[in-house]
Design a protein around this ligand. Structure first.
Ligand SMILES: NC(=O)c1ccc[n+]([C@@H]2O[C@H](COP(=O)([O-])OP(=O)(O)OC[C@H]3O[C@@H](n4cnc5c(N)ncnc54)[C@H](OP(=O)(O)O)[C@@H]3O)[C@@H](O)[C@H]2O)c1
Length: 261
């Protein structure tokens, strides 16, 4: 799709959650380069404002920033209110975080926040945006999920199950909305350079086949019409397919071994 067609279908405005770093920031940079105006959401307002100033100067687009804690129950409504007067054609529900380690050792409050950010926000946000997108008769929704959505991952139990919800939501909505001209794509990244690994105590230099956030976001936007799901990393998808072809007990024990290291 050329830039004009992309802007016509998904513009004039895109909403990106989790735009202060990593994959969300990369989505914002690429969408601005395609000429879309942006509404950027995260908690770190200083980061969003810095990015907004850069994108305005580089691409001449309009960028609005919103400091919203997506763990709050009214977060989706705040975003719907903030965009009520804007013609949003693309919703990128990307913000999320993980918790690694033994499930019993996880902080219950952090698990609740993770469910709000990873699950409640995408579900409510898209529920609110669907009538608006339907009215336009064109547009798109991108959910950032994870390769971990494909199987319950030992030592990442809460996170992998939260992302399984995202995949189910994205698949169902793809079938509901794509016949109406609204593209729905669920991105399942493998290991990607961002702040996520460091936040979870993972040394990213020890991981293999790590992609840049820019490559993941660019490939996702290139595949926006190829839903329901998009796997940005072929090696991670191949590894997961291998596990999924095994008897489930074998696969889970093999994964437990790998995740424990
Ligand atoms: N990196 C990977 O290897 C990988 C692999 C699979 C899936 N993913 C998924 O990719 C998505 C993006 O993560 P990333 O890797 O780019 O990590 P990241 O660099 O840590 O970015 C996470 C983004 O989410 C925002 N966020 C987190 N909690 C929030 C909250 N309570 N309220 C508002 N915003 C919040 C952060 O903004 P603030 O902190 O400023 O609020 C930040 O902008 C996530 O859904 C993640 O699960 C990542």
């Amino acid at each position: 799709m050329n830039q004009d067609d992309f802007k016509d279908r998904y513009g004039p405005v895109a909403l990106v959650t989790g735009a202060s770093s990593g994959i969300g920031k990369a989505f914002a940079e690429i969408l601005a380069a395609k000429g879309l105006d942006l509404v950027l959401v995260a908690r770190r307002l200083d980061r969003l404002e810095e990015l907004a100033a850069q994108l305005k100067a580089q691409h001449g687009v309009q960028v609005t920033t919103r400091q919203i804690d997506l763990a709050r129950p009214d977060a989706a409504q705040q975003m719907l209110d903030a965009t009520a007067s804007l013609d949003v054609g693309l919703v990128v529900s990307n913000a999320g975080f993980g918790l690694k380690g033994e499930h019993a050792a996880n902080d219950p409050q952090a698990m609740t926040e993770m469910l709000m950010v990873n699950c409640n926000v995408p579900m409510q946000l898209v529920h609110g945006f669907t009538p608006r997108l339907r009215k336009r008769g064109k547009g798109g929704i991108i959910f950032t999920s994870s390769i971990e959505a494909l199987m319950g991952c030992p030592y990442s139990a809460a996170y992998s199950s939260s992302k399984a919800l995202v995949n189910a939501l994205g698949e169902a909505l793809w079938a509901e909305l794509s016949p109406e001209g609204i593209d729905v794509l669920t991105l399942c990244p493998g290991a990607t350079e961002s702040e996520a690994a460091g936040n979870q105590g993972i040394d990213i230099s020890k991981l293999q086949n790590v992609m840049t956030a820019e490559a993941v976001a660019r490939l996702t936007l290139d595949n926006i019409r190829n839903g329901p799901t998009f796997f940005s990393s072929e090696p991670y998808k191949a590894q997961m397919d291998k596990l999924l072809s095994l008897p489930r007990q074998t696969a889970l024990m093999a994964m437990a071994q790998g995740m424990k290291q």
